[in-house]
Design a protein around this ligand. Sequence first.
Ligand SMILES: Cc1cc2nc3c(=O)[nH]c(=O)nc-3n(C[C@H](O)[C@H](O)[C@H](O)COP(=O)(O)OP(=O)(O)OC[C@H]3O[C@@H](n4cnc5c(N)ncnc54)[C@H](O)[C@@H]3O)c2cc1C
Length: 426
Amino acid sequence: MTAPTGKIASGQALDPPMFDPSAFRLTGEQAAIISTARELGQSVFAGRAAAYDRDAKFPIENYRDLHQSGLLGIAIPKKHGGLGADYQTYAIAAAEIGRYCGATALTWNMHVCSTLWSGPLADDLDMDSAVRAEHERRRAVHYRRIVTDGAIYSQPFSEGGAAAAGGVAFGTEAKPTKGGWIVNGKKIFASLSGHADYYGVLCTEISEGEKASRRNTLYLALPAKADGVTVVGDWDPLGMRGTVSRTLLFKDVFVPDDAALMPRGVYFQAAMRWPHMFLTLSPTYVGLAQAAYDFTVRYLRGEAPGTPPVKRRMYPTKQIAVAQMQIKLEQLKALWFQAITEARANPTKEQVLRAYAAQYSVMEGANEIATLAIRTCGGQAMLKSLPLERIYRDSRCGSLMLPWTAELCLDRIGREALYETGESDD
Ligand SMILES: Cc1cc2nc3c(=O)[nH]c(=O)nc-3n(C[C@H](O)[C@H](O)[C@H](O)COP(=O)(O)OP(=O)(O)OC[C@H]3O[C@@H](n4cnc5c(N)ncnc54)[C@H](O)[C@@H]3O)c2cc1C
């Protein structure tokens, strides 16, 4: 991988990294992967983002570029042809993509998690040697599809009930059958609908007469073209329009054993022991927060592309607003960087509370910064010819992402800070 030259094809200077490698003590290898993401985001994805948003169209061209640059396999181990990035490297690279196209970063997250969770995260979890060997064989099938064929994976979990928040077992069911499972169910808000090659579905393995249990959650990659898979409903939302998060229906879909992205019981173990797996929705919004700030500085300096060179930086009210935005941005980036750096199995209570706090701060903070940006830059800055109004709409969606919505983070922090495991007031 080549290091960036400092300029993109249009002659525009390359943006500085959001997390300077020396200040944040990143290795050269990490910095190179993150630079690839930033350069692709700025030079290619930024220019396409408005059209995907306007037409609520999936950024399929970006996925071809992600494949070509190796980023489709960012978290796939090197021995399987991927870039071998760890959690922290992936998260920062995703923030850099989110800076230029929120919908690409958010959907890329769904795709990457299928390899991150079945890869480095699963390596941290308990499996006996036979199960681990079988998992190693199966995940190689998924890795090969991604690295060689450019296959795209998605993560439809939400069902409209309490399951995606972790409250009850998933209503989508997988009945064991010879050589695999028969899947029936429905997923809402399924980003990449109609565009992913495989839907990474969370479902409950259940035999005749058995009661559904979260312990029996399976994580299965259903081929989008399998008989019984349909995409229904329209998609015309406020923000993150390019995610194309429609409804998926599964009717007696047969999937073979190799469809398992994690062995039996391992998803439940991950949800209990590796909670930072749910922080992976946040990088996109760190990028959006940075984008709102970057735009404001350029706009007030009279340097935003597509705007007249009118300076507005000399007004003290503008300077104060930028100071407030910069402070909020630094706060959320510092907290988030710490949280993604300590992602691991069996984190301490303090680390888990910090992860919730990071998620809350990023998801709410990105939209607060975008709101301030619009107020500060003024009317001309919110025209659809400029990226700020899209950043504002996209950033509003972060707090809604289950299982760690802003509300649920508050809920958990309050309860877990005040009660130790097993404590009650009865
Ligand atoms: C742009 C976008 C893309 C998405 N992509 C995907 C995707 O690819 N895959 C996927 O699985 N999902 C995806 N989602 C769905 C998302 O994660 C949520 O599931 C969805 O927004 C929930 O909407 P709802 O109205 O059904 O929420 P509800 O379940 O009705 O919840 C509404 C709110 O109530 C609160 N709440 C929920 N449960 C509890 C509880 N037990 N206790 C207290 N408060 C609670 C939460 O704050 C929640 O935001 C996407 C959402 C958006 C906006």
